[in-house]
Write a new protein. Structure first.
Length: 165
């Protein structure tokens, strides 16, 4: 697996196909994008987060260049902590170790290239598969804030997780 900068013209069509149902979509983007995701809304979100937080979008690919995952990352120089956002793996590959490999590369990037001391992320509490993946990489639960997001008749908490050097 490799990481490279996100290329909208080639990568968006893959990501759009991974976004398979409305609930999973909400777990991924917390309602920041319409379902189904559009190229225009994705571009706008990425640009907005680049300006507000310094996010850089990355695509994880197979060695042959086929996209298999996506995430954004930014490093806060005041706290020297990187933040992962919008982590997604090809829906047909979930549960097969791709997420763990991609996140391991993202953490390596944060530590070795961005020189961060820690990497954090947030995951909604009902997203047990994602949380299990993050734990397998070495993230630990730092805090849980209950009832931060409502999806239909569900109220989700937000779990903040962190990994340090």
């Amino acid at each position: 697996m490799r990481l490279r900068p996100y290329i909208p013209d080639t990568d968006f069509d893959h990501i759009r196909k991974w976004d398979t149902d409305e609930r999973t979509h909400a777990l991924w983007c917390a309602g920041r994008l319409p379902f189904p995701v559009t190229r225009e809304s994705m571009d706008a979100l990425i640009n907005d987060h680049a300006v507000k937080y310094g996010d850089t979008p990355f695509t994880a690919t197979e060695d042959d260049g086929t996209p298999v995952g996506f995430f954004c990352i930014a490093t806060d120089v005041q706290t020297n902590t990187s933040m992962l956002r919008f982590v997604m793996v090809d829906s047909s590959l979930r549960g097969k170790g791709y997420g763990k490999e991609m996140l391991s590369l993202a953490v390596k990037y944060a530590f070795d290239i961005a020189k961060a001391d820690a990497v954090q992320l947030n995951v909604f509490t009902p997203n047990e598969a994602a949380k299990k993946c993050y734990l397998s990489v070495g993230f630990t639960e730092r805090s849980v804030t209950p009832d931060v997001f409502t999806y239909k008749d569900e109220s989700w908490g937000r779990c903040n997780m962190i990994i340090t050097r």
